[in-house]
Design a binder for this molecule. Structure first.
Ligand SMILES: [Zn+2]
Length: 227
């Protein structure tokens, strides 16, 4: 699997700096498990962050020392990384896991368990099921299962939405999103995903703020489904 839709650079930098909310970090890490391109970006972000911190240390670094650090930053951007373990999601950037179709991404095990077959889905509406991760202090992390060929309510977001496709696929105005892809959306984007025919779509979404549905029916449903 080679994802075609990736984390945006702001998300990569925030992940590398450890400043993403736990929900967003879990989805970002789940994508990193299958995406060599974004793993490389995170490593660059970590190296840059470390060098920039060093450059900002108070003290009396000479001009020559600062210039040498600047050269280091430029020179190391394309080098192979040697990064120390730094976060609970660290293993996500060590490389892909073996592909067992019943196994959830490792980064999601703490929230949803290890296997799809053990998930306990909650009915949310015709053709839609969900599971909400418990115990998050900030934001929301949900698994969604949407029947094949179904259209989601059109919605936008009060904050960031980061969604990764785990099974199946959907299309929206931004393109087709298949297994491994992430939709990294900010609050400006209003979209209406439609799942492709033939196979249910399972995705994991992290939300910084509640979804906003514009339709009156969707607004009535919103408090019921808790989004
Ligand atoms: Zn990627």
């Amino acid at each position: 699997m080679t994802p075609r839709h990736h984390l945006d650079s702001a998300t990569v930098v925030a992940f590398a700096a450890g400043t993403l909310s736990p929900a967003l970090a879990a989805v970002a890490a789940s994508h990193l498990e299958v995406c060599a391109q974004c793993r490389q970006q995170v490593r660059k972000g970590e190296r840059l962050g470390g060098l920039l911190l060093e450059q900002q240390q108070p003290g009396h670094a000479s001009h020559a020392r600062r210039e040498s650090l600047r050269q280091d930053i430029l020179a190391q951007l394309d080098e192979a990384p040697v990064a120390p373990p730094a976060s609970p999601f660290r293993n996500a950037i060590d490389g892909p896991r073996e592909a067992d179709p019943d196994r959830l991404p490792v980064s999601l095990h703490a929230y949803f368990g290890e296997t799809y077959s053990a998930l306990r889905w909650r009915w949310m509406g015709p053709g839609m099921h969900m599971i909400r991760a418990q115990g998050l202090q900030q934001g929301q992390l949900i698994l969604l299962k949407i029947a094949a060929g179904k259209s989601m309510p059109i919605h936008s977001h009060g904050g960031s939405e980061l969604t990764q496709i785990l099974k199946g696929a959907y299309t929206d105005a931004l393109g087709r999103f298949a297994v491994g892809d992430v939709a990294d959306l900010d609050s400006e984007v209003e979209h209406q995903p439609v799942t492709v025919p033939g196979v249910a779509c399972i995705c994991v979404s992290a939300l910084d703020a509640p979804l906003r549905f514009p339709g009156w029916l969707a607004r009535k449903l919103q408090p019921l489904i808790g989004l």
